[in-house]
Design a protein around this ligand. Structure first.
Ligand code: TYD
Length: 202
């Protein structure tokens, strides 16, 4: 089973993924925890390029999209597909929905570009996606409390509002795959809600 976790900054994805990872482990399941962009040494190097702030040269939106997919191709090939083939559960912090929300809805790149990449380079979509949704201000405050902001976190409220509407659009389009979790709740409540969806799936 392939499960991805989506949402804007600071909505508590990491906490939920950690809880689910432990949950599956105590059940004796073979579970892999990974993230995007990243998840392999090479893809983590690409992540470094994507998140670092370079004041000398601004990254173009197309470059950003292609680097996301370069990292994803490597991650799928080296980690996700082999783990699924071995019958493991894969928990992935962000996947293609982030590309739609950030690069299309946020940056304004065309859906056609993304579709072309998905059709050609993404042979496996998640079986289930949890979208942790909360008002932008809440997440931004949490992200700021974590320390220095990365290249994405430095964006303004308007950008994240567009990103959030991108996730909402996918949720409307694919309600079977994407489940919305109210991320204003306590971590325990979010975890309980996620477990109830999982019970429906298995
Ligand atoms: P992540 O470290 O998961 O962010 P956070 O922990 O703050 O939620 O992800 C890094 C950033 O990469 C995040 O701001 C979203 C962005 N991103 C995209 O823009 N497109 C993508 O396809 C992916 C996977 C991530």
């Amino acid at each position: 089973m392939f499960i991805s976790f989506e949402g804007t900054e600071g909505v508590g994805k990491t906490t939920l993924i950690g809880k689910l990872f432990e949950h599956f482990q105590t059940q004796g399941k073979d579970v892999v925890l990974t993230r995007e962009p990243g998840g392999t040494p090479l893809a983590e190097q690409i992540r470094g390029l994507l998140l670092s702030v370079n004041h000398d040269e601004q990254m173009s939106h197309d470059t950003e999209l292609l680097l996301m997919y370069a990292a994803r191709a490597q991650h799928l090939d080296r980690v996700i597909l082999p783990a699924l083939a071995e019958g493991k559960i894969v928990l992935c912090d962000r996947f293609t929905d982030s590309s739609f929300a950030y690069q299309c809805a946020g940056r304004g790149l065309s859906r056609e570009k993304l579709q072309l990449l998905n059709e050609n380079f993404v042979s496996r979509m998640p079986d289930l996606t949890f979208w942790l949704d909360a008002p932008i201000e809440l997440g931004m405050t949490r992200a700021r409390e974590r320390g220095a902001l990365d290249r994405f976190e430095q964006e303004k409220v308007a950008f994240f509002a567009s990103v959030r509407s991108g996730f909402a659009e996918i949720h409307t389009r694919e309600p079977e795959r994407m489940k919305r979790l109210d991320a204003t709740q306590s971590p325990e409540q979010v975890f309980a809600e996620a477990l109830s969806y999982l019970a429906e799936c298995v």
